[in-house]
Design a protein around this ligand. Structure first.
Ligand SMILES: NC(=O)c1ccc[n+]([C@@H]2O[C@H](COP(=O)([O-])OP(=O)(O)OC[C@H]3O[C@@H](n4cnc5c(N)ncnc54)[C@H](OP(=O)(O)O)[C@@H]3O)[C@@H](O)[C@H]2O)c1
Length: 427
């Protein structure tokens, strides 16, 4: 049985590792805003990373932005480096939960998972790299179970809105939901927007290594998930979506693989009918398609070679048409940005046998929220931690390496997110 020990045996409920990173700084602010939601209305927390000077600067900035001068002195700074296992162990021993913001995870993630498992700290990350997420499950699931530790990956924009969106839609459907498609659209204000190059680097190395994912998956030895109800139709590589009134493509991120792992867990652990899932992203009009094709071709070509990857990393703005940048979005850009997942589901009403005939009922839901990378992601990550701290009996019975859906399906995470501006609704 996993244990979430919120007594005083560990000084901090939360330690934010990689707090000096672009995303880490916003996670710090989100934790500072959320302290009253900790167990018994309080949250003890610290920041960690390899540079104490940078961490002090982040606290200084958060103090100014939030008008909380006490952050400058009241928050402890823990020095820990991924390359120094003893420093990671010392950090993990002090935390109930480590929020790991150090990426690309394929390079820096494993020592943190290992240290958390060995030292009894739960771990939440915001990884969007299926290869890392699945290899951690393969290599650490049973050790995490033995230690009663939850290692929960993909707790940012990748993949909480999609994974919890599928579970929310299923829970709202009166009957058996068997298939669901999501259409993601993002919008920016007059100032535009961008994504910091930490995510760009993760994507570059992820695509470069995508061949290894197939062999990794074979090692699980999973049988295919059973198809219940009519089989979902896969859309083409580019199509006009009436759902979002723009062109759309299959979503290339981690969401489909995370959702599938959650559905497998819910089938195996709770005998719940797996939902077939198709994920798509709106890309806008013809001008955007031309840009996307051009950028995509360059990316596919360059990512294969080490010199190409160096070029992509050196000039993110150029190769992504400004979509990614070394400085990330400004606060003004973030204020004007938002995302929307439109879910279209179908299934069988109560009493109707899903093995007979076509689905006879539909459902539409929405998950929408603020700017994805640095507003919604910190909210999702911090609310995931708050849920572990406050709802230990609603979590999986034993520790392990889990997806958000597997960890939080039986919790009030969706309600918590609704209160923080990531809204789930039936339309
Ligand atoms: N799921 C999502 O939707 C989502 C959203 C945003 C970000 N992310 C992911 O989050 C990760 C971070 O992105 P980012 O843009 O914040 O990147 P970033 O600005 O480059 O930050 C990286 C962080 O890692 C730290 N770090 C690097 N090597 C380290 C080491 N050896 N020991 C300790 N700390 C080390 C850096 O410390 P220094 O400051 O000392 O260099 C920095 O704090 C990426 O994997 C990205 O894909 C995911």
């Amino acid at each position: 049985m996993a244990k979430v020990d919120t007594s005083s045996s560990r000084p901090y409920h939360i330690v934010i590792f990689g707090a000096s990173g672009f995303t880490g700084q916003f996670v710090v602010e989100e934790v500072a805003r959320t302290v009253s939601e900790g167990p018994n209305g309080t949250l003890t927390w610290a920041v960690a990373g390899r540079s104490p000077q940078k961490l002090d600067k982040v606290l200084e900035q958060a103090a100014g932005t939030l008008g909380k001068p006490e952050l400058r002195t009241a928050v402890e700074v823990i020095v820990a480096d991924v390359g120094e296992p003893d420093s990671l162990a010392a950090m993990c021993k002090q935390a109930v939960i480590v929020l790991n913001c150090v990426g690309p995870y394929r390079f820096w993630g494993e020592p943190v998972v290992k240290a958390c498992v060995e030292n009894g700290a739960h771990c939440i990350d915001i990884c969007g790299e299926p290869q890392f997420l699945e290899s951690m499950q393969l290599n650490y699931d049973s050790q995490a179970a033995d230690k009663g530790v939850y290692i929960v990956g993909a707790c940012g924009f990748d993949s909480i809105p999609a994974d919890m969106g599928v579970i929310y839609t299923r829970d709202q459907f009166k009957g058996t939901l068997t298939a669901l498609e999501s259409f993601l659209t993002a919008s920016t204000g007059p100032e535009g927007g961008s994504i910091n190059d930490g995510t760009w680097k993760s994507a570059i190395y992820g695509f470069a290594d995508s061949g290894k994912l197939r062999s990794l998956r074979k090692k699980f030895g999973h049988k295919p998930l059973p198809v219940v109800g009519s089989k979902i139709k896969r859309r083409s590589a580019l199509f006009y979506s009436n759902e979002v009134q723009q062109y759309a493509v299959p979503f290339m991120g981690a969401d489909p693989s995370v959702v599938k792992r959650s559905q497998r867990f819910l089938l195996e652990e709770h005998q719940e009918t797996p939902v077939q899932y198709g994920a798509y992203a709106g890309v806008g009009g013809v001008a955007n398609i031309v840009k996307m094709l051009f950028a995509g071709m360059m990316f596919w070509f360059l990512v294969k070679f080490s010199f190409g990857r160096d070029l992509l990393i050196k000039y993110p703005e150029f190769f992504s048409f400004g979509f990614f940048s070394k400085d990330g979005p400004t606060r003004k850009q973030m204020e004007g940005s938002s995302f929307k997942f439109a879910f279209y589901g179908e299934g069988y009403t109560e009493g109707q046998d899903p093995s007979q005939g076509r689905p006879n009922a539909k459902i539409r839901t929405l998950v929408q929220g603020p700017e994805a990378g640095y507003v919604a992601t910190p909210i999702a990550m911090v609310q995931a931690a708050i849920t572990i701290l406050n709802e230990p009996t609603a979590l999986p019975k034993k520790g392990g390496v889990y997806t958000p859906g597997a960890t939080f399906a039986k919790t009030k995470l969706v309600e918590r997110l609704n209160k923080h501006g990531i809204q789930f609704s039936v339309i």
